[in-house]
Design a protein. Sequence first.
Length: 140
Amino acid sequence: MSENEKDLTIESYLEFLRNKKLMGTKCKDCGAMYVPVRKLCIKCNSTNMEWIEMSGKGEIAAFTTITVGTPFFVEKGYGRNKPYCFSVITLQEGPMVSGQLVGVDESKPDTINVGMPVKATFLETELKGETRVDLGFEPI
Ligand SMILES: [Zn+2]
């Protein structure tokens, strides 16, 4: 099945992620791009959307260091003594997407800067016998 035959659903988006592809959708009418997937263009109300692969490159728009994590991050060993960093990234293609920031010193947030160039990385976690893949970012 080719990429563009896949349904424009979050399930397909997550399946692409498991295959280490960051896919968004592009409006064929006005060119707006969305990550994750959207079926409806919020700029021009078109439903004429197609999948498009993102470069994964972008820059940090915002970030926060988290010491009280969600159950998923607690299970991964993060917490008060091992904070993790969550970021919002502006992709080169324009869409903004969030994900864990890795490859940084979470204990020294002043070494992390808005505007820092990053690239996508695919974070694998073994959870209850299954491999979960989450979108993350790391400095280039
Ligand atoms: Zn549009």
